[in-house]
Write a protein that binds this ligand. Structure first.
Ligand code: MEV
Length: 358
C-alpha cells in the first residue's frame, strides 16, 4: 500500500503488487515530496478504445475508404447492437476512422471503431463489435476482412499527470539539475529510454495487477505510445522560474473497474475498495500520477546516491528468507546485514546460525 499520494486534492492509498519492494517505498517517498508542491494534478481524455478491422485484397482502397465513411451511421448502429448495456450507460461505438496502410502485400484498408467503453477495460466489447461489423465493411470495401481485434495503442484513452517537485523538498539545485540531465539522457538515447519507461511502468503495472487489470495491455499501450514518433520518455521535466522541477506524464491507460477479473478476483475487489476510485477514469488518473512519482523517484535516486543501497536494504528481507530465516528471525537477520553493509546470502546464513545458537 502506498500512502502520501495527494491527487487532485484527494488522498489516496494506492495498492501495488510487485516483487521489488524498493519500488513501493520509492513511490511513497516521491509522493511525499510532491505533496509539498501541492500533490499531483491530473487529466483524462475519455475511455475510448480502438477496434481494428483489417481488410485485404482491396482493389480500390480510396473508393473503399469513401464508401465505408459514407455508410458510417449503418456501421455504428450495427456495432451498437452488440452491447445494449454499454449503450444505456452512455458508451458504445461513437465514430469510425478509415486508414490506408502500406504493407508488404501492398495497400490494406484498416477500419477503426472508436468505442466508449465507460468503466470497463473494454476488450470484449470492442472485439465483439469488430467481429460483428467486419462483413459490412468488407462488403463496402469490396475486399476480405481478416483481423478483427482491439488495438492496445489507445491514443484516445490518455491519462496525464503533473507535479511540482520543489527544489527544497528534493535536495536542492543539484538534484534538480541531476534529474534534468537524467531525463535528457532518456530523451536522447533509446537504450536509456527503455529503462526510464520501465521504471514508470513499475508503478503503473503494480497498480494494474493489484486491481485485476490486464497489465500487459497497459504495458503494450505505454511503450507503443512512447514509440509513436521515435521511442521517447513518457515523462517530461522542466525547471520553473523558482528553480523547482515540474514533471509531467502522458500515457494511455486501458484499465477498468468493472468486467474482467476486477470484480471476480477477491483481492482485486479489496484493492479497488481500498483505492476508492469510482470510475475507470479515476483509476487511470491515479495510475498516471503513480507512474510520474515512480519515475521521479528513480531519476532522483540514480542522479544522487544510486539505487542499490535502498534496493538492497529492502531486498535484505528476501535474502534472509532465502537463507532459511523464519518468523521474527527475518527482520533480525535483515537488520544485521544492513547494519554491517553485508547484504549477502552467506552472511545471512552466518547470522542465522549464530541466532539459533550454532
Ligand atoms: C528498476 O526496476 C527501475 C529503474 O531502473 C528505472 C530507471 O532506471 O529509471 C531504477
Amino acid at each position: 500500500m502506498r500512502i502520501n499520494f495527494l491527487i487532485d486534492g484527494r488522498d489516496y492509498l494506492i495498492p501495488m503488487v510487485i516483487e521489488e519492494p524498493s519500488v513501493v517505498a520509492a513511490a511513497s517517498n516521491a509522493a511525499k515530496m510532491a505533496r509539498e508542491g501541492g500533490g499531483f494534478t491530473t487529466d483524462f481524455t475519455a475511455p475510448i478504445m480502438i477496434g481494428q478491422i483489417q481488410i485485404v485484397d482491396v482493389r480500390n482502397p480510396e473508393s473503399a475508404r469513401f464508401e465505408i465513411l459514407r455508410n458510417k451511421a449503418e456501421i455504428i448502429e450495427k456495432a451498437n447492437e452488440c452491447d445494449p448495456v454499454l449503450l444505456k450507460l452512455g458508451g458504445g461505438c461513437k465514430d469510425i476512422e478509415v486508414r490506408i496502410i502500406e504493407s508488404m502485400f501492398g495497400k490494406m484498408v484498416v477500419v477503426h471503431l472508436l468505442v466508449d467503453v465507460r468503466d470497463a477495460m473494454g476488450a470484449n466489447a470492442v472485439n465483439t463489435m469488430c467481429e460483428k461489423v467486419a462483413p459490412i465493411v468488407g462488403r463496402l470495401a469490396e475486399g476480405r476482412p481478416l483481423l478483427r481485434i482491439l488495438s492496445n495503442l489507445a491514443v484516445y484513452r490518455i491519462a496525464r499527470a503533473k507535479a511540482v517537485f520543489k527544489k527544497t523538498a528534493i535536495g536542492g539545485e543539484e538534484v534538480v539539475d541531476g534529474v534534468m540531465k537524467a531525463y535528457a539522457f532518456a530523451e536522447a538515447d533509446p537504450f536509456r529510454c527503455a529503462t526510464h519507461n520501465k521504471g514508470i511502468m513499475n508503478g503503473i503495472s503494480a497498480l494494474m495487477i493489484a486491481t485485476g487489470n490486464d497489465f500487459r495491455a497497459v504495458e503494450a499501450g505505454a511503450h507503443g505510445y512512447a514509440a509513436i514518433r521515435g521511442y521517447k520518455p513518457l515523462t517530461k521535466y522542466e525547471v520553473d522560474e523558482k528553480g523547482d522541477l515540474v514533471g509531467t506524464i502522458e500515457v494511455p491507460i486501458t484499465a477498468g473497474i468493472v468486467g474482467g477479473a476486477t470484480q471476480v478476483n477477491p483481492l482485486a475487489k479489496i484493492c479497488l475498495k481500498i483505492l476508492g476510485v469510482k470510475s475507470s477514469e479515476e483509476l487511470s488518473r491515479v495510475a498516471a500520477a503513480l507512474g510520474l512519482a515512480q519515475n521521479f523517484a528513480a531519476l532522483r535516486a540514480l542522479a544522487t546516491e544510486g539505487i542499490q543501497r535502498g534496493h538492497m536494504e529492502l531486498h535484505a528481507r528476501n535474502i534472509a528468507i532465502m537463507a532459511g530465516a523464519e518468523g521474527s528471525e527475518i527482520d533480525k537477520v535483515a537488520e544485521l546485514m544492513v547494519r554491517e553493509g553485508k547484504i549477502r546470502i552467506d552472511y545471512a546464513r552466518e547470522i542465522l546460525s549464530k541466532l539459533r545458537g550454532g
